[in-house]
Ligand binder design. Structure first.
Ligand SMILES: NC(=O)c1ccc[n+]([C@@H]2O[C@H](COP(=O)([O-])OP(=O)(O)OC[C@H]3O[C@@H](n4cnc5c(N)ncnc54)[C@H](OP(=O)(O)O)[C@@H]3O)[C@@H](O)[C@H]2O)c1
Length: 344
């Protein structure tokens, strides 16, 4: 039976999440967005920052009013007063930095993608599990209230069999951005691509077949790519991503029972519609369109709740979901001939 109304979000008030002491590892763009959003909407304590130099750590701590500035990542993860480390360095450093934090006995939220490939991610997950520590990939989309509503729609079976998932994501970057740097595993696949690919992987499972095209950029990274994957049932996921300019960043999920259409960027706060296959019923979820400031704090609050409750992973972004997406990324790289060799 197709529903007559959408369920409300079950995401609890982020202000009620138990306040944990966070250590920020790496003081770049996303670290700043995270601090701004989390401070405004939760009671989480951004207690320390770790940077590659003491001068940079001191300057960042002064600017953001952070109590402790560590002049190395090693010193940050050795800080026993911290409950959780947020790893916000470029993709190719996630593996060494997360392993270091886990070895030091710290819980970790790591920026997406968790690692460069499945093998690295599997090692990180194995270490976290062996030590009984919390680990999560910061794919904040799945912590948003709108995705909790969508999850209930998926779980209800109202969409029937998912036949296809259509996704794309493009943004403009200046040439000095790390996304154009092959040594930092640049290109859109590990960056923008993680949003569409996580959705395809979540809804369709592993790829049985995969085809695609890429275009290389003179900087040495891939500049854009498009892939079609089919799962064991032959149902299709379609995705394209580019670093040459802004695209709608939209998605559609087409099932035998109904379709989901997004009213704005699918991975950010904003409205969506669930439409019955015969189009006679249209259910609309309304919420203001937002970006990082309006969204990042949900993952921080959820992580705080998990850690306080002694959970080792977040149900919104299970570690097996991360591993499955990393396997899909490996397969895309193999088919398209993309290597992270320069990233070392
Ligand atoms: N969730 C999201 O919406 C979102 C958005 C953007 C990025 N991200 C993810 O967050 C991660 C960081 O991205 P970002 O845009 O914040 O990068 P960024 O602005 O370049 O910052 C990265 C930080 O990592 C540290 N770092 C260590 N070694 C480095 C090196 N060799 N080169 C550059 N930086 C180095 C630096 O901090 P110190 O100087 O303090 O050591 C630097 O400030 C990426 O994995 C990306 O996928 C997520």
């Amino acid at each position: 039976m197709f529903p007559t109304a959408l369920p409300p979000s079950r995401v609890p008030d982020p202000m009620d999440a138990p306040p944990l002491r966070w250590g920020i590892l790496g003081s770049g763009w996303i670290a700043e967005q995270f601090i701004r959003s989390v401070r405004a909407h939760t009671r989480q304590d951004i207690a320390a920052v770790g940077s590659r130099s003491q001068d940079k750590a001191d300057a960042f701590a002064r600017e953001w009013g952070i109590g402790t500035a560590h002049g190395s990542y090693e010193a940050l993860v050795a800080d026993d007063s911290l409950d959780v480390i947020y790893v916000a360095t470029p993709h190719n450093m996630h593996h060494p930095h997360v392993m270091m934090a886990l070895e030091a006995g710290r819980n970790v939220l790591v920026e997406k993608p968790m690692a460069l490939d499945h093998a690295q991610a599997a090692e990180m997950v194995a270490l976290a599990r062996a030590k009984g520590l919390f680990l999560c990939e910061a794919l904040w989309t799945y912590f948003l209230p709108k995705f909790d509503v969508l999850q209930q729609v998926f779980d209800s079976g109202a969409l029937g069999e998912i036949k296809s998932v259509h996704t794309e994501y493009g943004e403009y970057f200046t040439r000095d951005h790390r996304i154009f740097d092959a040594r930092l595993a640049g290109g859109p696949l590990l960056d923008l691509g993680t949003y569409p690919l996580s959705l395809i992987s979540k809804l369709l499972g592993p790829a049985k077949q995969l085809v695609g095209l890429k275009q290389d950029d003179p900087s040495g990274v891939h500049g854009q790519l498009s892939v079609i994957m089919a799962n064991a049932a032959g149902n299709q996921g379609v995705m394209s991503t580019t670093l040459y300019g802004l695209t709608p960043t939209n998605a559609a999920i087409v099932g035998t029972g109904g379709t989901v259409r997004f009213g704005s960027e699918f991975n950010l706060p904003g409205p969506f519609e669930v439409i019955s296959a015969d189009t006679t019923t249209r259910l609309r979820h309304d919420e203001p369109v937002g970006r990082h400031f309006e969204g990042l704090f949900y993952e921080a609050a959820a992580v705080a709740r998990c850690i306080a409750e002694g959970k080792a992973e977040a149900p919104q972004r299970p570690l097996d979901a991360t591993l499955q997406m990393m396997r899909l990324i490996d397969e895309i790289r193999e088919v398209l001939g993309i290597s992270w060799a320069a990233a070392g």
